[in-house]
Design a protein around this ligand. Structure first.
Ligand code: 44T
Length: 718
């Protein structure tokens, strides 16, 4: 569609979403990482010079490592790539670099390859970089165990490594460190005891889907973050420790890895604070001489693997390391204090017998110190559901957890809601309404509570939201929640009971209807909605799709004086020079890719809008103040622009490479929240300019801002 009609907005937006999905953003980072490419090239050159003449590139991506091997003089080069998009791209790239027919590219997973069906003979060198932040996440262990069928490891024994099936990288060393990090904590644990006036204790334990200890497969063992770019930074609580050493050339070791029992490390705590996560990174040893690191301190572009945990940091941490089902797993299983070890699950279940004194069998701490530690641990919750299974918990997405922890957002909502309800009460009594009307029970909604006509509030938020319960808590309100997962509804019911909110004041509207459009239908009675709460901005920083359509529909369903929340969102932006954003969005020419012509091919998948940005820590130079880009008025949708020209003055000379943007969400005339505040659970987004714009301090830059179907584009010229 884009080829036919390049600026066809729906196609453009869909393409951006699909492009993001088809080609992962780290392809750009990897290909722009010249040092990484050079190190691989040197290691491959050395291996080919020492006699490895047949090469297999597992997970070729764009084909760059295969082209290195060919250029290094390898006689036969075969590549395999499981992604269809990348496979087709690799074929184009290899042809464009004059190596068509000299590199055999297969669209398949390496595990499916067989000799001689797919590859003529066993290779003498395997090259791969199928690693993720947690090292094993792309299946490199399995791929290398399988390689025994396609490379000749048994030559290992009596032939020098040069002749036998060697692997680049030759191995890896995995490091870890315990950290305190608020940004991780607020995405994985409830950090507040009260949200929008609701006491949260009754919610029970809330967990994010990232948990290493639990057995259920709806969780993932780790998440990934760039520790060096997390808002608020992090505090190391232990020194970096070596977690694992792996020799990729030793097949027996690889096979043993997955079945290896758990190893335990005792880590002295060297910093004060609350343990929020174990951070993990690694050194990839390409060969004996050179290695790549993904550490937080290196100026590497890679993320670290984050294992959220939470215990009070005693003076020693006991961490268990395992590789259950080929994922690296780290769990903090106990805390030692004064030499006594407290396993987390013991503390959560006080009647369980105390385990033996710690390794040093040190002096028994005073009973109250022990009790204090255990009760502190118990209320903190942990990342392990103990073997006794007594403790159950509710799973929230990371974004839902961060939303819950965003207190200013909920307090603002609470004030705006209270103001609206009191205005409507005033208006009703002024009209003398709502007193003499005898409430009629309506079958569609169940028995009416006696008392004056309630105010109806509809929450159409996506995912888990307590806003409907906060509305119900205002009294004389019947709130309809769009929460649809049964265990999420159970949390809201528990919270209602614990906060003295009558059960019948809260309904789960989605239970009865199939989609949101009908949720916004006219309520089954004449009464219209007093308030409708819409979700406007996605966590990634983009305007939610079909927002204006929903707002238009919602507005027709309001009673006089009723309100859509929010009533207006204002989009702000600024001019920045950010090389980082360039590196993550497109391959910058031939230079970083060793002179190979790769950029034009992979850059077909460049997406001009960057999402999930932490603008507060993005390396960039501000080249202007923030400026209002446009207004979305949800109470008067036809007043909205789709194109707007904005002038902004450059406050410094430089190259404008991007326009980051965020929102001020106006709940009513006075109350608003920003999506770019410290507690905001939203990330920011940025438009990366097609061409950097050179500006001099004082220049006026003309921005043409277009919002079509919630996809934003910005053109800039001096
Ligand atoms: C310092 C390295 C680093 C550190 C931390 N974070 C990221 C990096 C950078 N490496 C990321 C590569 C990660 C993706 S792997 C690259 C390509 O290989 C493909 N694939 C994966 C497995 C596989 C297989 N068995 N058979 C065939 N193809 C396979 C994927 O489809 C992808 O296109």
């Amino acid at each position: 569609a884009l080829k036919l009609k390049p600026d066809f907005p729906e196609a453009k937006e869909n393409f951006y979403r699909v492009a993001n999905w088809l080609v992962e953003r780290w392809h750009f980072l990897m290909l722009n990482d010249r040092r990484r490419n050079q190190k691989y090239q040197q290691a491959i050159q050395k291996a080919v010079d020492s006699g490895c003449s047949t090469v297999l590139d597992i997970g070729t991506g764009t084909g760059i490592l295969s082209m290195c091997a060919k250029k290094a003089g390898a006689a036969e080069v075969t590549a395999c790539e499981l992604s269809k998009t990348m496979y087709e791209l690799a074929c184009e790239v290899v042809t464009a670099n004059g190596m068509n027919g000299r590199i055999k590219i297969l669209h398949m997973k390496s595990l499916e390859m067989e000799v001689p069906k797919d590859i003529a003979r066993r290779v003498s060198l395997v090259v791969t970089e199928t690693v993720d932040a947690g090292l094993f996440g792309e299946g490199i262990i399995e791929s290398l165990i399988h390689r025994t069928d396609i490379s000749c490891p048994h030559c290992n024994k009596y032939k020098p490594p040069s002749q036998s099936g060697r692997v680049i990288p030759a191995g890896a060393t995995v490091f870890g460190m315990a950290v305190q990090c608020l940004e991780v904590r607020r995405h994985h644990r409830l950090c507040v005891s009260e949200v929008g006036g609701l006491v949260m204790a009754a919610a029970g334990e809330l967990h994010s889907p990232v948990s290493c200890g639990s057995e259920d497969d709806s969780t993932e063992p780790y998440t990934t973050e760039r520790l060096s770019r997390l808002p608020g930074g992090y505090t190391p609580l232990t020194k970096p420790f070596k977690a694992l050493d792996i020799d990729f050339n030793n097949v027996q070791e690889l096979e043993g890895l997955c079945s290896r029992e758990v190893s335990r490390l005792h880590l002295p705590v060297t910093g004060e604070g609350l343990l929020d996560a174990l951070a993990v990174w690694f050194q990839l040893h390409l060969d004996q001489e050179s290695s790549l690191s993904t550490g937080p301190e290196e100026d590497t572009c890679w993320e670290q693997a984050i294992y959220p945990v939470q215990t009070l940091a005693g003076d020693e941490l006991i961490v268990e390391i395992s590789c259950r089902d080929a994922y690296l797993r780290l769990c903090s299983v106990a805390v030692a204090r004064d030499g006594r070890e407290f396993r987390l699950d013991d503390c959560l279940d006080p009647e369980r017998p105390r385990n033996s004194p710690g390794p040093s069998g040190g002096p028994k701490p005073s009973p109250n110190a022990e009790a204090e530690l255990c009760s502190a641990l118990a209320c903190l919750g942990t990342d392990r559901s103990p073997s006794n299974g007594l403790r159950d918990y509710t799973m929230l997405e990371c974004a839902e957890m961060a939303l819950l922890n965003n207190q200013p957002y909920h307090d603002s909502f609470r004030m705006a809601m209270a103001k609206l309800i009191s205005n409507l009460k005033g208006a009703r009594s002024a009209r003398g309404q709502g007193l003499e009307v005898t409430p009629v029970a309506d079958p569609a909604v169940g028995p009416m509570d006696p008392g004056p006509d309630p105010f109806y509030v509809l929450d159409v938020s996506e995912g888990f939201s307590v806003l409907s319960l906060m509305a119900a808590g205002q009294g004389q309100v019947k709130a309809y929640s769009s929460v649809e997962k049964p265990h999420h509804q159970a949390v809201l019911r528990r919270l209602a009971r614990a906060n003295g909110i009558p059960e019948e004041a809260l309904e789960f509207w989605l239970n009865q209807v199939e989609d949101e459009q009908s949720v916004l239908q006219r309520p089954s009675r004449e009464k219209l909605w007093s308030a409708i709460i819409l979700d406007c901005v996605e966590t990634c920083g983009l305007v939610r799709q079909k927002l204006m359509e929903k707002a238009t529909l919602a507005r027709c369903l309001l009673e006089d004086g009723g309100q859509v929340f929010p009533e207006r969102i204002v989009l702000y932006g600024m001019l920045v020079e950010s090389d980082t954003l360039l590196q993550e969005s497109a391959v910058q020419g031939r230079e970083p890719t060793l002179g190979f012509n790769i950029a034009p091919f992979i850059n077909q998948f460049t997406v001009p809008v960057h999402v999930f940005l932490d603008l507060s820590t993005l390396q960039c130079r501000h080249l202007s103040d923030s400026v209002e880009l446009f207004v979305l008025d949800l109470m008067n949708t036809n007043a909205n622009y789709t194109d707007r020209d904005v002038k902004v003055q450059a406050s410094a000379s430089g190259r404008v490479t991007a326009v980051p943007f965020w929102y001020q969400i106006h709940l009513d005339e006075e109350i608003s929240v920003s999506t770019f505040s410290r507690e905001s659970h939203w990330k920011q987004a940025a438009v990366v300019l097609h061409q950097p714009l050179v500006v001099r301090r004082g220049d006026w830059v003309q921005l043409t801002v277009t919002l079509r179907k919630s996809s934003i584009s910005v053109a800039a010229r001096v």
